[in-house]
Design a protein around this ligand. Sequence first.
Ligand code: ZN
Ligand code: ZN
Length: 382
Amino acid sequence: MPKRDYYDVLGVPKTASADEIKTAYRRLAREHHPDVSKENPKAAEEKFKEISEAYEVLADGEKRQRYDRMGFSGVETDFGPGGFTWQNFTHAGDLEDLLGASPLFRQFFGGFGSPFGGGGTRAARRGSDVELTVRVPLSAAVHGARPTIEVPRSDPCGDCRGTGARNGTALETCPECHGEGQVRQVRSSGFAQLLTIGECPRCRGTGRRILDKCPTCAGSGRLSSVERIELSIPAGIEDGAILRVPGHGMAAPRGGRAGDLFVQIDFEPSPHLRREGREAYTETTIPLATALLGGVATVPTVEGEAQLTIPSGTQPETPFRLRGEGFPRLGGSSRGDLTVTVHIELPRSLSGREKELLREALGGTERESSPKREPLFRRRAR
Ligand SMILES: [Zn+2]
Ligand SMILES: [Zn+2]
C-alpha cells in the first residue's frame, strides 16, 4: 500500500497550526483506536499506525519542516548501523492527558511494540544529539555506500568514572545546594512571588564538590575523542535525507542515554545530471552531421558515461530514454530511466564549397524560401 501524505492522513491543510494538528490527531486516534474501531482488528491497527506516524512527524516542528521540504525521505530514514527502524516516537508528554483519560489507551500504547511505550524516560537526562553532513558521490544513490565518518564525541572519563574527581573518590557534598543539585530562588514580581528551581551553578547539578581534580580530564569528567563509524547509506536515498544513528551522539551527563547522531546526506553536485526521484535527466549536443547521418554520442550517466546510438534524421531536442539507467527506489532495486535530450549544433560558418554541396544534397534555397510557412503563420494569427 503506498504511503499517504501525512496531512491527508490527519485531514488537515498544509498550513494547519500545531493545535489543529493535535486536535485532528486526537479525534482520529479515538475514532480508530483498535479497541473501539468497528473495522477488523488488522485494518484498525494499520490505520492507527498510519495516524500515529503522521502525527509523530507533523507534531515535531523540525520533522515537519523536513517532511515539507523533502517528503517521506526527509523523515523516514531512521537507519542505524543495524538497519531500518522507526523508533522515534517521543510525544508521550503531549499525550499525557489523553493517555491518562483512558487506561485502554495506556495499555495499548504500552503494549504496541513501540510508539508511546517506555514512559517515564523523560526524567533521565539524555546526551546531546550530534548533527553532521557527509558528502557522497551521486553513484551512492544507485548502489548505496558505506563511508567511514569521524564523529566528535565526549565520553565519560574512565579514570574518574565521569565524576571529575581524582580516583573517583575525593568528593564532598556541595555546600551551595547541600547535595541536591538544584537551587530554589524566590523572586518578587509585583504582588506575586516567583519560585524558580534550577540547576545549582556551583556543582552544575551534580550535588558534589570536587576536592581533588582528576588529572586525566582536568575535572570535567569528560574526554573528547573522535569515533570512526562506518555509515550505511541505502541505495535510492534522496539528497538531503537524514540518517539517524541511535546512541552515537554525545554521552549523557550522568548515566543517561547517549544522544543520537544525525547524518545529512549531501550529494556531490553533478553538472550533467538532474534527478527527480527515480528518474534521471541529462543532455548532450551532437554535430549536425551526426543528426543527419546517424552515429554515436557519448552521454553522461549516473555511473559514468554511455554510448548512445543516434539514428539518422534525429530531430533537435529529441529525448532518448535509457531504461534502467536512473535511480532505484529506496532500499530497492527497480531503477528508473535516464532521459537524454539531444541538442544539435549547427555550424556557424560554411565555406563556399560546403554551401554548394549542401544545396545539392538538401535542395538548397528552394526549401529555405518554401511558401509552406506562410499559411501556418496566418492560421496561428487568426
Ligand atoms: Zn577524569
Ligand atoms: Zn550544588
